[in-house]
Design a protein around this ligand. Structure first.
Ligand code: SF4
Length: 242
């Protein structure tokens, strides 16, 4: 059984469809019958290479149908590209430490239970000044958006974790990290207090990269602590058998 449609229980599906008017989750039929067929096509994608944005396309993503948590980062880095595995480098190790604080047993548990993708799934290259990885352009994000739309439609995640400001712009547009890190949100951006009534819920996190200066402020570390506590509660709600 490989289709996300087939893996989800009728109860969860009804709960999810209550939010089907959301602008964040595409309601049109996915062009692929299953996540595995979408992944095969995505891994063969060369749109950004053909458009001249990157020298070589090498899409990096991981996951399978039935996972209830979707994590959306900015873009893979060189280590992720080499290993064909999301969050495999230093930022990934920091992310794993955060997720263990949020209740996951270990990295294996994280990778087994979370579908991992990004706003653009190919390494965008280094910045011209050499200070870190290049932030993907709006044009690259637009080229890659149909893949993310397809994952949302087929996986129907219960919890979505946008990581960093680029993913935040997609899921909670026009909000600043400082203003959103801590609580969970409905897919329409309304803060949730108590038990969620509908899926998906959003739990944004800052980017774990050492390049991010956001985490240098102790007050922000307190926001991160709160967000990881929120994530623990939302994952327990979405995946009680996890
Ligand atoms: S970033 Fe996305 S759209 Fe661009 S080549 Fe890679 S998979 Fe295709």
């Amino acid at each position: 059984m490989e289709s996300g449609e087939e893996m989800i229980s009728p109860g969860l599906r009804r709960r999810y469809l209550r939010e089907s008017e959301s602008v964040l989750v595409p309601t049109r039929a996915a062009p692929f019958r299953s996540l595995s067929s979408l992944q095969r096509a995505q891994r063969a994608c060369t749109r950004c290479e053909q458009a001249g944005f990157i020298p070589h396309a090498h899409p990096v993503l991981s996951g399978h149908a039935g996972q209830r948590v979707l994590l959306v980062g900015q873009a893979p880095g060189p280590v992720e590209q080499d290993q064909s595995r999301p969050f495999a480098g230093r930022a990934g190790r920091q992310l794993m430490r955060w997720l263990i604080r949020a209740g996951f047993r270990d990295e294996g548990d994280v990778r087994e239970r979370i579908y991992m993708t990004a706003m653009t799934t190919c390494f965008p290259g280094r910045r011209p000044d050499g200070a870190g990885d290049r932030r993907p352009s709006a044009a690259e994000v637009a080229l890659c958006a149909p893949w993310l739309d397809g994952v949302l439609a087929l996986l129907r995640p219960q919890v979505i974790i946008p990581i960093g400001s680029l993913a935040l712009e997609r899921f909670l547009p026009s909000r600043r990290l400082d203003d959103v890190i801590g609580p969970a949100y409905t897919s329409n951006g309304i803060p949730i207090s108590g038990r969620p009534e509908a899926a998906p819920v959003l739990v944004p996190l800052p980017h774990p990269s050492g390049q991010s200066r956001w985490l240098n402020d102790p007050a922000r570390l307190a926001l991160l602590d709160r967000a990881l506590g929120t994530l623990r509660e939302m994952v327990a709600w979405a995946d009680p058998d996890g």
